[in-house]
Design a protein around this ligand. Structure first.
Ligand SMILES: NC(=O)c1ccc[n+]([C@@H]2O[C@H](COP(=O)([O-])OP(=O)(O)OC[C@H]3O[C@@H](n4cnc5c(N)ncnc54)[C@H](OP(=O)(O)O)[C@@H]3O)[C@@H](O)[C@H]2O)c1
Length: 332
């Protein structure tokens, strides 16, 4: 089989397509014919050794896949050959075949195309856990989403709308705001590209306050970080919940007095670790997400498809802040 490998620390240009022996399904594992692999910001970070996990090299990036089960190992009970599934993999997805624990797989309906299935679990899983379990978002509340046209951001927009919130999308261009509005946001605000000095931060905070209204936001979903975070917290409503999702713009330092002045919470969100710690809660969330998909309330926006041989370009597309919704690597 072919796989795209990271053999040395570096950017997407360092990835190489190589022929490898087919993997074999061990006990409790299934062998997947990978049809598609979703690209996520962690792929940008993992090949540069900047992610929470550092797999041993060589490894293939790619944290989520969809495909068809080609073989099952001893003791597999949930799946059989021919089943269509999606799976979160951590890494290894940018390959033609992948052996992985059956517990990482979720059956998908026949109506779900492989590219959508490969663009589902990381983004909606993260955003659902963030909004429901960490942010306790309620109907009628105001949800502000930063990076609203990105992978996890656009999922948060759709899920916020499905939960009955008033959703304000924040992003760096009109095109990105238009996409978020098409996916359910009630209004949008274009923010400038950072970094910002003190006056720039103040101006950004005012932009967000104007967009959210006099009571500010109840829940802020921050998948951007950098100088955007403090400006956003300055626009918090009373008892707001600020969800820490990711840092494509850098890891911010926040003056703690802001939490006192606003009576707001800064809430960490680590979806991958929560899945390992609470598999039952995760299974429940996956079921609820599948129900929302079946009801037509959520649907991944796959804007670009790259063949496996060009997987590096797909990762570079995200790193350059150009991606709209989801980018997928396909094995057709
Ligand atoms: N906490 C968790 O459990 C969890 C789970 C999954 C992902 N994440 C994190 O969530 C973040 C977003 O992931 P994603 O897969 O949704 O990425 P994505 O699709 O690339 O979206 C990231 C968004 O960040 C904004 N951005 C701001 N500065 C940027 C920069 N310098 N480079 C690239 N984008 C920049 C962009 O929107 P604008 O141009 O509109 O600003 C972009 O749409 C990442 O940090 C990722 O590691 C966290």
């Amino acid at each position: 089989m072919k796989a795209v490998l990271s053999k040395a620390v570096g950017g997407p240009e360092t990835l190489v397509l190589e022929e490898l022996p087919d993997p074999v399904a061990g006990p409790g594992q299934v062998l997947l014919d990978v049809k598609a692999c979703g690209v996520n910001y962690p792929d940008v970070l993992i090949i540069e050794d900047k992610y929470q996990f550092r797999p041993e090299r060589p490894f293939a990036p790619g944290g989520e896949v969809s495909g068809v089960i080609a073989a099952v190992g001893d003791g597999v009970t949930k799946f059989k050959v021919g089943d269509r599934v999606l799976a979160s993999t951590g890494h290894g997805g940018m390959a033609e075949k992948l052996a992985l624990d059956e517990n990482r797989c979720t059956a998908i309906p026949d109506s779900m195309p492989f590219d959508e299935a490969a663009a589902f679990i990381l983004t909606y899983g993260t955003s659902y856990y963030a909004l429901k379990d960490r942010g306790h978002l309620k109907a009628g509340e105001t949800l502000l989403v930063l990076g609203a046209a990105g992978g996890v951001g656009l999922a948060a927009v759709e899920l916020g709308k499905a939960a009955g919130a008033r959703v304000i999308a924040a992003a760096s261009s009109q095109e990105k705001i238009d996409l978020a509005i098409a996916h359910g946001a009630d209004a949008g605000v274009i923010y400038p590209r950072g970094p910002f000095d003190k006056d720039g931060q103040k101006a950004l905070a005012n932009l967000i306050k104007d967009a959210c209204g006099p009571n500010g936001w109840d829940v802020a979903y921050d998948a951007v970080g950098g100088d955007y975070s403090e400006a956003t917290i300055r626009a918090s409503g009373w008892n707001g919940r600020f969800l820490v999702i990711g840092f494509p713009s850098g890891i911010p330092k926040i003056p703690l007095n802001l939490t006192l002045l606003k009576s707001c919470d800064i809430v960490g969100v680590f979806w991958g670790a929560s899945v390992a710690r609470d598999p039952k809660g995760h299974a429940q969330n996956v079921q609820e997400l599948m129900d929302l998909y079946a009801a037509g309330k959520i649907r991944p926006h796959v804007s670009e498809r790259f063949p496996l041989a060009r997987a590096g370009e797909a990762i570079a597309h995200l790193a350059s802040r150009k991606a709209m919704g989801k980018v997928v690597v396909t094995n057709d």
